[in-house]
Design a protein around this ligand. Structure first.
Ligand code: RUQ
Ligand code: CUA
Length: 623
C-alpha cells in the first residue's frame, strides 16, 4: 500500500505546512505492515452460516438520504433503510403514506443517527436522524426498520449538529450549520450579524403516535453549530454543542471563519429552557415558540475553546465533555462540575449576544496533545474508561485516558477518518470490544471503479491493550456517523399483526371489493402467493378497470402471514411500485391520466409462481 496523506483544503497555511512536514513522521509508515490482516484476524470477523452477528451497526448514508445497516463483526451489509429519499426497492416514497411523509423532496443529507435511550443507554426502540439538506428530522421504528415520521423544521437551515437525544429521550436537539434570517425571508448578507440566526430546535417524540413535534426553538447567534452531545447522570439536564464562524463571516469561510483563536462551546440546561417556555418567556415566530437569549436570561452559557472545534463528546460518567479542534491539534477536556461552579459564582468573562461567557481557565480540565497527531474530530469510549479519537489529517485513531491525559496507543487507518463508532460507545455503558473507523478515503484499497473511490469502514479490535485493524470494507456514501448496538436489544416483528381498526385492510379474499365514489375509485385488494384479488365477484378478480382521469386508490393487504413473504405491486408504464410486507396493508394512489392497457405485477419474488402473479389495469379512454 502506498503512503497517502490527505491534504485538507481550506486550512490555515501554517497548518497545511505542518501537515506536509508530518508526512515524514507518520506512525503509519512504521506500523503499516501490522495492518495487513492475518488468518487470526479473519477468524475474528468470520460469522459462520447459521450464526448471527453480535452487533447492529446503523451507518448514516449522508447525501443518499438513507441509512445502512451492517452486522458486526462480519461487516456484512444487511439492509438499506430509506429515510429522506425515495427507494424503489421498497416502494418508499411511492405509496401514499410515505410519499406524503417525504413532502415532495427527492433527497436528504443524513449525518448522525441517534438511537433512543433509557438512563443514558440505547433501548433499541427507535432511531432518529436529521436532514442537513432540507432541514428535516425523522424517526425510524427499529421493530420494522421503517421510517415512521418526518417533520420539517421551520426557521432553521441545515440541522447538522444533530440528532442527539437526552438520556431518557426527553428531547432531541437540532442546532443548525447555516445561519439564516428567521423564517428564511430575504435579508441582505450585510445584515448578517443583526438579522441572521443559528436556531436550535428542541423536538419531542410521542411514542404511542410515533410522531415528532417541535417543543420550542432558541435563537442563537448567527454562528455555525457543528456537533452536539447530551449530558449524562450528574450532567443529565445539560447538553453541549460546538460552534465555528463566531467571526460571523459571510464569505470565504475557509479563511474568514478561522481568524479568531477561540470559538465557543454552547452549554445549555434543557430543563431550564423548558421552564422558560412554560413561564411564557418566548416569542411566537412563524408558529414556533422562540427563546431569545438576549431578552430572556438563563439556561445558556458559552465556553471558549480552541478555534473551529468540530466534535464534542460527553464521557460515559457524565463528568466531562471533550472538544476536538480541526484547526488545533488537541483534545480539550472540560469539567461539567467546574462549569456548574463557575455558573453559580457568576464567574463570567463578558457575554456575546446576551449569553454569558465562562472563563476557559475555570472550566478546562486538561489539554491533550498527542505528538504529531493532527485533525482530531470525534471521540468514542470503551468499557475500561479509555477514549478513542479520530485524527482526520494524520489518518489514525488515538487511544487515550481522559482522566489522566496519557496517550496509550495509536493505529493508522486508511484514510482520513471522520467519525469512529465504538460498541455503544457514546452511551453511559460502552461495551468495548469493537470500534469501526468511518474513513472518508480508501485510495488503493479496492478494485478501481474510476476516479471516485468508495469510502471505507475499518473494524478495529479494541479488546486488548493495543488496537488492531481486523477488517476493511467499502462503505456506501457517505459514512458520517454510525451507532453500534447489541443485537439482543433489537426486537423485530415477524409479520405485521392484523389491525381490524384499519378501514383499508382486507384479510379475506371474500371481502375484496372495488368501490367508486364519483371519480374516486377505491380498490380493497389482497395479495397472497401467487395472486392478486381486487374484487372476488368479478369475472377476472385480478384486473382493475377504471376511466381515464379517475383518482385510483389501491389498498392492498398482504394476507400471507408468513415471515419473509413480501409481495410487490407495480403498474407497467405508470412509474408506480410499492411493497407489502407480510400482514401489512399499504395504499398507492394515482390519477389514471393515461388511457390504455397496463399490466400490473408483483415485483418481489414470492414463490415458484411469482411470475404468474399478474393482472391488468385497463384505463378506458374519456370519449
Ligand atoms: S460531521 S466528520 Cu457531519 Cu459528523 Cu464530523
Ligand atoms: Cu408476490 Cu411475487
Amino acid at each position: 500500500m502506498k503512503k497517502w496523506i490527505p491534504i485538507a483544503t481550506g486550512l490555515a497555511a501554517g497548518f497545511v505546512a505542518a501537515t506536509i512536514a508530518f508526512a515524514n513522521v507518520s506512525p503509519s509508515l512504521t506500523t503499516q505492515a501490522s495492518n495487513s490482516n492475518t488468518k487470526s484476524d479473519a477468524e475474528k470477523v468470520y460469522v459462520p452460516y447459521g450464526q448471527k452477528d453480535e452487533y447492529y451497526l446503523f451507518d448514516s448514508g449522508g447525501h443518499s438520504g438513507q441509512l445502512f445497516v451492517y452486522g458486526v463483526p462480519s461487516m456484512r451489509e444487511i439492509r438499506t433503510i430509506p429515510v429522506f429519499s425515495p427507494d424503489p426497492a421498497t416502494g418508499y416514497g411511492f405509496d401514499t403514506a410515505s410519499k406524503k411523509m417525504l413532502g415532495g423532496y427527492t433527497w436528504g443529507d443524513l449525518h448522525h443517527p441517534a438511537i433512543s435511550e433509557t438512563n443514558g443507554n440505547y433501548n433499541g426502540k427507535y432511531l432518529f436522524a436529521t436532514d442537513v439538506g432540507n432541514s428535516r428530522a425523522a424517526v425510524v421504528n427499529l421493530s420494522s426498520f421503517t421510517t415512521k415520521d418526518i417533520i420539517n423544521v421551520p426557521n432553521t437551515s441545515g440541522p447538522h449538529c444533530a440528532a442527539f437525544v437526552t438520556q431518557n429521550t426527553e428531547y432531541l436537539f437540532l442546532p443548525t450549520r447555516f445561519a439564516v434570517p428567521l423564517g428564511q425571508e430575504y435579508q441582505p448578507l450585510d445584515q448578517y450579524s443583526t438579522k441572521y440566526r443559528g436556531v436550535m430546535s428542541a423536538l419531542t417524540f410521542n411514542e404511542s403516535k410515533e410522531k415528532l413535534n417541535i417543543a420550542y426553538q432558541v435563537a442563537l447567534p448567527p454562528w455555525s453549530y457543528d456537533l452536539s452531545d447530551a449530558g449524562k447522570k450528574s450532567s443529565g439536564d445539560w447538553a453541549v454543542l460546538t460552534s465555528y464562524n463566531t467571526e460571523e463571516a459571510t464569505t470565504t469561510l475557509e479563511i474568514n471563519a478561522s481568524q479568531a483563536d477561540r470559538d465557543y462551546i454552547v452549554l445549555f440546561n434543557w430543563k431550564e429552557l423548558a421552564q422558560m417556555v412554560k413561564d411564557g418567556k418566548y416569542e411566537e415566530v412563524n408558529g414556533q415558540k422562540m427563546i431569545f437569549p438576549e431578552k430572556e436570561k438563563g439556561g445558556i452559557y458559552l465556553v471558549p475553546v480552541a478555534k473551529s472545534p468540530h466534535g464534542v463528546d460527553v464521557t460515559p460518567d457524565g463528568k466531562y465533555f471533550i472538544a476536538s479542534g480541526k484547526l488545533a491539534p488537541m483534545m480539550t477536556v472540560f469539567s461539567f462540575e467546574k462549569a456548574f461552579k463557575a455558573i453559580e459564582n457568576k464567574d463570567f468573562a463578558g457575554e456575546r449576544n446576551g449569553i454569558p461567557i465562562l472563563k476557559y481557565k475555570s472550566v478546562v480540565e486538561r489539554e491533550v496533545n498527542p505528538e504529531n497527531a493532527l485533525g482530531p474530530l470525534h471521540t468514542q469510549f470503551d468499557d475500561k474508561g479509555y477514549a478513542y479519537t479520530t485524527m482526520f489529517i494524520s489518518s489514525e485513531i488515538v487511544k487515550w485516558n481522559y482522566k489522566t491525559g496519557e496517550v496509550l496507543d495509536r493505529v493508522p487507518v486508511q484514510y482520513a477518518p471522520g467519525h469512529s463508532v465504538a460498541a455503544e460507545g457514546d452511551t453511559a455503558s460502552p461495551q468495548g470490544k469493537y470500534l469501526v473507523s468511518l474513513n472518508k478515503m480508501s485510495k488503493d484499497n479496492f478494485l478501481s471503479v474510476g476516479p471516485s473511490h468508495p469510502e471505507t469502514m475499518q473494524l478495529i479490535d479494541i479488546s486488548g491493550k493495543k488496537m488492531r485493524v481486523i477488517d476493511t470494507v467499502p462503505a456506501n456514501p457517505e459514512p458520517h456517523y454510525a451507532q453500534m448496538i447489541r443485537a439482543d436489544k433489537i426486537h423485530t416483528i415477524n409479520v405485521y399483526p392484523k389491525d381490524p381498526s384499519n378501514p383499508d385492510a382486507v384479510y379475506k379474499q371474500t371481502d375484496t371489493r372495488i368501490v367508486r365514489k364519483g371519480n374516486e375509485v377505491h380498490v380493497y385488494g389482497t395479495a397472497v402467493r401467487s395472486r392478486f384479488t381486487f374484487d372476488h365477484t368479478a369475472k377476472r378478480p385480478d384486473s382493475i378497470e377504471v376511466n381515464q382521469g379517475d383518482h385510483v386508490f389501491i389498498h392492498l393487504t398482504n394476507i400471507d402471514f408468513d415471515e419473509d413473504i413480501t409481495h410487490g405491486f407495480a403498474i407497467n408504464s405508470y412509474n408506480l411500485n410499492m411493497e407489502v410486507q407480510p400482514g401489512q396493508t399499504n395504499t398507492l394512489d394515482f390519477i389514471a391520466d393515461k388511457a390504455g392497457t397496463y399490466p400490473l405485477y408483483c415485483t418481489n419474488f414470492c414463490s415458484a409462481l411469482h411470475q404468474e402473479m399478474t393482472g391488468y389495469l385497463l384505463v378506458k379512454p374519456k370519449n
